[in-house]
Design a protein around this ligand. Structure first.
Ligand code: CUA
Length: 160
């Protein structure tokens, strides 16, 4: 079969493009730890505030220094607002929303979750360094969306 020269050139260009897209996905996953969410757990959003787990947003510290954060994102606050953990991790976040979709991004890290009503999102991370982190909502959720923030303080020290 004879393929026209230009057609062959474009076939190769398309092949190289597909190959580089696949390489970008593999590199992102292996080098930058970019992963799609894989945790699917449902919850009735109308019962979040009365559920045994989410009626008490909290930070639990285990003996080995690992932490569990049970949080609620609701217009226009995160609870708990101040998350204080003694070590870099592992820190497990379990979050849900009783109203609308919110974001949960720990600025300067690869933690960037979408908190969706009806679902519990969970992730476990080890942070790169001690200090104070800003947490922002990055999904537009209403008039005061831009004020929806929280703080995460990692390590010893009183913090501000
Ligand atoms: Cu919550 Cu934007």
């Amino acid at each position: 079969m004879k393929i026209d020269l230009y057609e062959r050139i474009w076939l190769w260009i398309a092949t190289v493009m597909i190959g580089s897209f696949l390489a970008a996905i593999v590199l992102g996953a292996t080098m930058n730890a970019v992963h799609p969410p894989s945790h699917v757990e449902t919850i009735d959003p109308t019962t979040v505030r009365t559920s045994s787990e989410f009626s008490r947003p909290r930070v639990e510290i285990n003996d080995d220094g690992s932490a569990l954060v049970v949080g609620v994102a609701e217009m226009f606050d995160f609870e708990p607002f101040l998350i204080r953990v003694p070590s870099l991790g592992p820190i497990t976040f379990r979050l849900t929303s009783p109203d609308v979709i919110h974001g949960f991004q720990i600025v300067g890290t690869n933690v960037n979750l979408t908190v969706t009503p009806g679902y519990v999102i969970e992730t476990t991370v080890t942070l790169p360094k001690a200090g104070e982190y800003l947490i922002v909502c990055n999904e537009y959720c209403g008039l005061s969306h831009h004020q929806m923030t929280a703080r995460l303080i990692v390590g010893e020290g009183d913090g501000p």
